[in-house]
Ligand binder design. Sequence first.
Ligand code: SIN
Length: 279
Amino acid sequence: MQTHPLSGALGAEITDIDLSSISDQEFADLRDTFLDRSVIVVRNQNLNPDDHIAFAKRWGEININRLFKPTDTHPEIATVLKEPDQKLNIGGQWHTDHSYDLAPAMGSILYAVETPPAGGDTLFCSMGAAYDALSDGMKAMLRGLKAHHSSRHAFGASQTDSEANKEGRLGNEAAAKQDALHPVVIAHPITGRAALYANSDFTTHFEGWSVEESRPLLDQIEAHATTPEFTCRVTWAPGTLTMWDNRAVMHKAIKDYHGHRRLMHRITIEGDPLPAFAD
Ligand code: SIN
């Protein structure tokens, strides 16, 4: 197994590995790379849904997604689909998967089934690198904050929205009303590394602040975190698998392939409540 960094800040492409039959040693090496680089990409795999699930179970318990359509045969696998005529795509804004959960998913494993001839890449940014680059004053201010996260606006109205149905969002009004309060600067549960934790899709406002007061600072955090130097970009082809660490990155699916279909299979792995980073 070989490891090739994707950018200075994060990401690694792994070659010479078959994810349908990895040894314990290969898994340990993969996990070390995942914790170090936050995003791992493995190309040219030939995984059926059972292989995908078996690989996911090596990382932890699978979160059965309550807001996305599952595949017809495997409830553990959520479909992330954009049809040729669909206007919006899942994950088109910078976000962190499941930040609206009390114990957000630790990782997401996306496997490409059908990809457009060009485009449909996914961008990632390192929230650890973004935190490190802030001034001491800004770091101290953000360490004193918590923020509310919610999925109501993204998933709550999907029963009545035909575009949302096409995207594969389930009409699950009750499940969408899961809100959570997290520190704005978290300590990674395994590595302890400090990282920003706020995203434009699901973070609604800071504790004790109004939505309107919160917006400019949330926008500033996103603009800073997505500075090109803190990012990497993943291109896809059928058989590409990418796994990312939701405690360390935000991501965004680029919508630049109108007229073509893109179908991905996603499994999310359960995580833990997020501790605040303290000096
Ligand atoms: C997601 O946000 O989980 C989907 C990312 C992608 O489709 O590239």
